[in-house]
Design a protein around this ligand. Structure first.
Ligand SMILES: Cc1ncc(COP(=O)(O)O)c(C=O)c1O
Length: 477
């Protein structure tokens, strides 16, 4: 094992050591159960400090690649089975479907918010990773300083201070936005709902990647929309060829895509795919509703771009919020509606005039002076570790044949159990034991994901190991 001089100048040394050991595991030089070199011997071999190897091994432990055995050294952990690269396209009849909700989604959402339940259900951030004290202090200070602004309607598009901060931040996602192009909403939910109402009418068809965040399916139902589910690959996302073929055959009024760290699969569309998606929809004159709520939670070093970065004709309605990164209860979201600006603003005004002013001011101040970037770095690290640890527990406790997603950010895991397992039935049994999760069936209008489930890893700690173990037993029974 060597570390080249050029590499030494690139990434921190401990990461290079971790990557080298990781590569040797990937290439099979160290196999599952093998003992890897001791800290001391690797430090001698690579001519790096003992501390560097210690940090590298602790990174590999966090990534669940190796485990420390007391008095015995470090060993390679079993590899977790990943989801298959491609979904079985034959299973997906790409035809528009009516949505028939069973009320199950509402039940699941309410169940998973109950404080006595193990919170693997709703995709909400961990309480300890919300900067509650800092945010609430800023809320008090800024609202005292801006007395009139805090109690008046944040008329029209919402607080200009907040819109300016958001516009500034979106440059890192490759998107140059003017504050005037933004409208503040009550969470990303309202942003998407208004975007749907701005682009579609009852009876219209909307194309979405499947599986898809279940609340969107509920919105489609409320708006009388038919849904055209386009399969998504667990590694690269939406199947553009299938979407292209569908657009040739039928009329679609809008397409909704969660472009980064999608819910539930956790993957980001590549830049190339985002660009192609925008072009394809452009050719068919179809607006794109882009949900980027998780973009700031990507585990990659660079913040992923948004599809809107390639929007030359203002046909992308970009939606997001601070619910995953700051505080879901503040209900601060936004939309950059492109050419639908006027209609969306009118709808916003008729729906609720404006979103609450105090939390807009507090979030604007947090972005301005609260160390948002530092906060993001620390929660991304924490979520990455939690996701890996929960994956390892699932890999250990769930029945043979289980497959697990490899999220590129955020805090949800998508798990595919053997085909015989019905996760709605599993849900009914698990909730009696006080364990919540989201069954796969609610992420689709078809029956394609009935053996899958989504787990929220945000609250993961070793204390929850029993719950994964019980779920595994129930699934195996
Ligand atoms: C992809 C996605 N979009 C939107 C939302 C809703 O966000 P908000 O709480 O900001 O309305 C969620 C919440 O889980 C989500 O996962």
């Amino acid at each position: 094992m060597i570390i080249r001089k050029a590499d030494r100048e690139a990434a921190p040394l401990y990461r290079q050591v971790a990557d080298s050991v990781g590569a040797m595991i990937d290439q099979g030089s160290f196999r599952t159960g093998d003992r890897i070199p001791s800290i001391r011997s690797l430090s001698r071999q690579l001519k790096v400090s003992i501390n560097t190897v210690k940090v590298a091994y602790s990174l590999l432990e966090d990534q669940c690649r190796i485990e420390a055995r007391p008095q015995a050294g470090y060993y390679v952990r079993p590899r977790l089975p990943a989801l298959p690269q491609e979904p079985d396209l034959a299973d997906h009849a790409v035809t528009p479907l009516e949505i028939t909700s069973t009320g199950l989604v509402t039940r699941i959402m309410l169940d998973s918010l109950e404080p006595d339940k193990v919170p693997f259900g709703a995709a909400i951030p961990a309480a300890e990773l919300i900067p509650a004290l800092k945010l609430n202090r800023l809320l008090a200070t800024v609202n005292r300083q801006r007395l009139q602004e805090s109690v008046n309607y944040a008329t029209g598009a919402g607080s200009l201070r907040l819109r300016s901060q958001i516009a500034r931040r979106m440059i890192t996602a490759g998107c140059t936005l003017n504050p005037d192009e933004l409208i503040i909403t009550t969470g990303a939910s309202e942003a998407v709902f208004l975007a749907l109402r701005s682009t579609c009418r009852p009876g219209d068809t909307i194309a979405v990647g499947t599986p898809i965040y279940f609340s969107f399916l509920q919105m489609f139902q409320e708006l009388g929309l038919r849904v055209l589910e386009i399969p998504s690959s667990p590694s690269s996302g939406l199947h553009l060829d299938t979407l292209g073929q569908a657009l040739e055959r039928q009329t679609v009024q809008a397409c909704l895509v969660i472009s980064n760290v999608n819910n539930p699969l956790g993957i980001c569309l590549s830049d190339q795919k985002k660009q192609k998606l925008v072009q394809l929809l452009e050719e068919h004159d179809v607006p794109l509703i882009e949900d980027d709520i998780n973009g700031d939670l990507s585990f990659s070093d660079q913040r992923p771009s948004v599809a809107k970065a390639w929007d030359r004709n203002n046909r992308v309605l970009l939606c997001s919020s601070f619910s995953k990164t700051l505080a879901p209860g503040y209900r601060v979201g936004w939309v950059a509606p492109g050419r639908y600006q006027e209609r969306l603003l009118r709808l916003k005004l008729t729906t609720n005039i404006a979103s609450p002013s105090p939390t807009q001011l507090a979030v604007a101040e947090f972005l301005n002076s609260g160390g948002y970037e530092h906060h993001l770095r620390s929660i991304r690290r924490a979520y990455r570790t939690k996701v890996l640890q929960m994956s390892a527990a699932v890999g250990h406790c769930f029945p043979p044949g289980t497959r697990i997603s490899r999220p590129e950010g955020g805090f949800t895991l998508w798990v595919e159990l053997p085909a015989r397992v019905d996760t709605i039935d599993l849900y009914r049994r698990a909730i009696k034991l006080g364990i919540s999760f989201a069954p796969g069936a609610v992420f689709s209008t078809s029956q394609n994901h009935s053996n899958c489930l989504r787990l929220n890893a945000a609250f993961w700690s070793d204390e929850h190991h029993w719950a994964i173990s019980r779920l595994g037993e129930l699934a195996a029974a």
